[in-house]
Design a protein around this ligand. Structure first.
Ligand code: NAP
Length: 283
């Protein structure tokens, strides 16, 4: 499994597992737990969840799925909602997430998206959770370059370990300035919706003749090419969600696909990145 090294020196798999919309239905539970465990066994030991997902049900399902494994071999990410991202609620919410996840620390805790609580207060609270050992690292989500510059200007802002934003081959706005900014500052980029189920330009990718031809040349699916493309720079972690064992295995195997310079150029011609700053795609 291809890896990404965080600024702390911790190594994480370049493809992990998302969990949005997982844990909502009792009749799907066994299959969803099975898929997450299959993913872990195929090297996707990074699991992304959030207190928001199913109002805690996704975290509970993840807690059950990871229970048999050595906790230290996993990298668990959760997120705090904007309304909880201040002094009044953050510590309690983090502890509740830990309880649902049946663990005593998070590897990464993300501020899910910006709300009305001052950024400085949120950052102080995140740092306090880190100092007290409840989380190993903190980061932010749905932040653009201007948000990151504002964060960096805060006393503790440079401690941010990762940014999670929407990014896929049909939604490349973060390439204009954000991805370079993150690389220059040693901050990992985590891409959500890497399979373009949501976000702009989602239609047409799976039918595109060029990407289909490249997939066929690798004996791969279009979705595997999308994942291999997303993680191509060595600083990006993709977190596809799958409740299907077949898809989960395909997602893990996508980390082994090496796209050639010619293939990257063909994909670039077909799905060009914007040549100006654009609004973040969000979901
Ligand atoms: P996604 O991972 O791009 O797409 C998920 C969809 O793709 C599911 O319908 C899944 O169906 C299908 N799929 C998965 N692997 C596949 C494969 N190999 N071939 C074909 N289809 C495949 O979208 P997402 O779930 O919206 O985003 C991923 C994760 O990012 C989320 O689960 C969540 O953890 C995180 N996220 C974060 C934010 C944020 O604001 N920070 C927002 C949205 C999402 P099956 O289950 O049938 O495989």
């Amino acid at each position: 499994m291809k890896k990404v090294i965080l600024k702390s020196g911790i190594t994480v798999p370049a493809i992990g597992q998302g969990t949005w919309k997982i844990g909502d239905y009792a009749d799907k539970r066994k299959q969803e737990i099975g898929a997450l465990r299959t993913g872990i066994e195929h090297g996707m030991t990074l699991i992304d969840t959030a207190e928001m997902y199913g109002s805690g049900r996704s975290e509970m399902l993840v807690g059950e799925a990871i229970a048999p494994y050595d906790r230290e071999k996993l990298f668990i990410v959760s997120k705090v909602l904007p309304n909880n991202a201040g002094r009044k609620n953050m510590r309690r919410c983090c502890e509740e997430s830990l309880k649902r996840l049946r663990t005593d620390y998070l590897d990464l805790y993300l501020y899910h998206w910006r709300g009305s609580i001052p950024l400085s207060e949120t950052v102080e609270c995140l740092q306090e959770l880190k100092d007290s050992g409840l989380i190993k690292e903190w980061g932010v989500s749905n932040f653009n370059t201007a948000d990151m510059q504002e964060l960096e200007a805060l006393k503790l802002g440079t401690n941010c370990a990762a940014v999670q934003d929407l990014y896929h081959i049909g939604s490349r706005g973060t390439e204009y300035s954000l991805k370079t900014y993150l690389r220059d500052n040693g901050i990992a980029f985590m891409t959500y919706c890497p399979l373009a189920i949501n976000g702009s330009l989602r239609r047409g990718i799976t039918e595109n003749a060029v990407i289909k031809k490249i997939a066929s040349a690798h004996g791969a699916t279009v979705q595997q090419i999308m994942l291999a493309w997303a993680i191509r720079d060595g600083n990006t972690i993709a977190i596809p969600k799958s409740s299907s064992e077949k898809h989960t295995i395909e997602n893990a195997q996508a980390a082994e696909i090496q796209l050639s310079d010619d293939e990257l150029k063909m994909l670039n011609d077909e799905f060009p990145a914007p040549d100006r700053e654009t609004a973040l795609d969000v979901e």
